[in-house]
Structures are given as C-alpha cells and as structure tokens.
Design a protein around this ligand. Sequence first.
Ligand SMILES: Cc1ncc(COP(=O)(O)O)c(C=O)c1O
Length: 350
Amino acid sequence: MMLPLRKNIAEMTGYVPGFQPEESGWIKLNTNENPYPPSPKVVEAITAEIANGGENLRKYPDAGSKEARRVAAELYGVDPSWVVMANGSDELLNNLIRAFADAGDEIGYVHPSYSYYATLAEIQGAKIRTFGLTDDFRIADFPERYEGKIFFLTSPNAPLGFGFDNEYIAELAERCAGILVVDEAYVDFTNVSAMELVKKYENIVVTRTLSKSYSLAGMRLGLAVAHPEVIESLDKIRDHYHLDRLALVAATAALQDQNYLQTTVARICETRDWFSAELRKLGYCVKPSQTNYIFAEPSDADGKQVYDALFAGKILVRYFSDPLLTHGIRISIGTRDEMEQTLAVITETG
Ligand SMILES: Cc1ncc(COP(=O)(O)O)c(C=O)c1O
C-alpha cells in the first residue's frame, strides 16, 4: 500500500538509540546512564503516589507541573514563569524545532554532537547545517551573524566531553539571529553552566535532563529555563498531560535532594578521573571530561577493535561509525567495580 506519508518522513531513516540488551550480565556503559540508583526520596515519593491501591492514578496529573516548576525555579534562582518541565529533554529539543523552525528554515549544530537534532529537523522538514570544531574547541567558521532559526550547542559536548566557557557562549548568543539552545544534559558533572546567561540573553534556552546526574532515565524527565516568552511558546505546543503523576513527584523529589545529587556526582567524577588516568598509562589519549563519560582513543586509533574486545567480554560501550569518531570509543562511567573490569579487558587487549 502507498501510504500518504510526507516526503521527508518517507525519506528519513529515523534515530537509532543506544543498544539496550534484554538479557542480564552486561556491564552497560553505552548510553551514559547513572550507575547509582536515584535518591531514596524519589522512591518514597513514587510509593506515596501509588498508595491506597493507586487511588491517585485515577485522576489526570497537573497539566502545569506547578510544583516541579516551582522547585526547579527556586533551584536556578528564577521565577517559575522561566521554567518548563518536559518528558525528557528530547521533548524540549523537539518542541523547540516545532516552535521556531518552519519547513525549509535552517537549524545548526556542532558536528560531532547530539545527532538527534538532525532527526528532529528532518521530521520538521527544516534544513540542517553543521559546523566543525577547531583544535582549541571553538566552532569552525561560525558566521559573524548566524541567520538560522536555532543553533544547538551541546555543552559539555557529547561525545567528546569538553565544555564551552560562558564568555564564548555569550558571544555566540550575540551572533545568533535566532535561538541559541545550550543543551546542558551533562552539566551537573562540571561547574560551568550557561544558566546565568539566560537572564541576560533573551535568545538563550538552557535545557537540562534528569536522565543522567539524577539517575532518572527511566522516568523521562527534563526541563528548560528561558525567557518567559520562549517558555510560553513551548507551553503552547506541548501535550497538555506530557508528564504523568509518577514523573511529576519524582522530578520534585529529585530536584529537592541536592545533597544526594552532589554525593553521587562526586563518586562518578572520582571514578572518571581515576579511569582516565589508568587509560592514559596504557597509552590512550583521553581528553579531560566534564561529563559522566570519556572519549578514549587507543594509540592505534582503532576504536572498533576495542569496542569488539569489550563486547566479547559483555561490556557495552559506544562506537560511532562517523568518520570523525572511529579512532575512539565513548565509555560511560559506571561503578568503580565496573570500571575495574573494563580496564582489565582493555589491558588484556593491549
Ligand atoms: C546531549 C544530549 N542531549 C539530550 C539528551 C536526551 O536526554 P533525555 O533523556 O532527557 O531525553 C541526551 C541523551 O543521551 C544527550 O546526550
């Protein structure tokens, strides 16, 4: 049957998320999940929400996510009108494109970074322009005035792990005629954030996820902070009940438990720094990472061989077939024990 599909949907391939093995026994270091459980307060909040035989589940959730927004706003020092919650930060990236880039309009992003921006642009029928990186991690050939509707800046960068400084981000905001989205999915693993710039630049949108540092990938939670006019547009086009009751109480409890966040983040960063140093001793090039993963380059620049050796040992990491990235692998940071096992296989591989 000939489906009456839009041409761009018929022609696109669709995004392929990181592999999730069904059987147990794998050490999973391929999708930057957190190796520690979420805050116990999250579990308490979810348990309370399903008490009395799930009585609360009968009713729709709060369409405005008011409590979660209030807590996020307090955390970031803004009014709740500057915050929107989301069903994962992917939902925000999607809605930003839907709100700001019409079919035929251009969006831009750094290559390599998060390739889902391209998939979302393809769905919308927007044009895609990518920019490379210079050796000192600046955007190559970025125009004095970038006229695209949206520029996505992943900071810290995925998969390379370095972050852009605020002075540079402010300069980019001034050079962007449209919206500058700073995708801070991994920012809790560093201490530089563009959040303060939102107040000064009306075209900056900072997106965050609770999937990584808060260990809630399974709940699908994200948020954006931006000027209220941007937030209003995002509110207008989102599904009204995009967050269910369990996600809402989980978000509120997680954001409120900053002590737990700091403790687990510190453990991951400590393991990351130890693991990076060990790989360097083996001759790997490992750039300093501001995230919960590292991009590791073996001396023979053959990322696939290391990926295969780890896969044979039931350790999943991420190998990208993108020619810019085949010389290395991205390894998410797990527990110290998981990383010791990973190091043992890499050492054997030679
Ligand atoms: C750079 C970047 N942005 C956004 C996301 C999406 O995160 P979420 O789970 O909140 O949709 C990811 C997930 O891997 C990511 O790496």
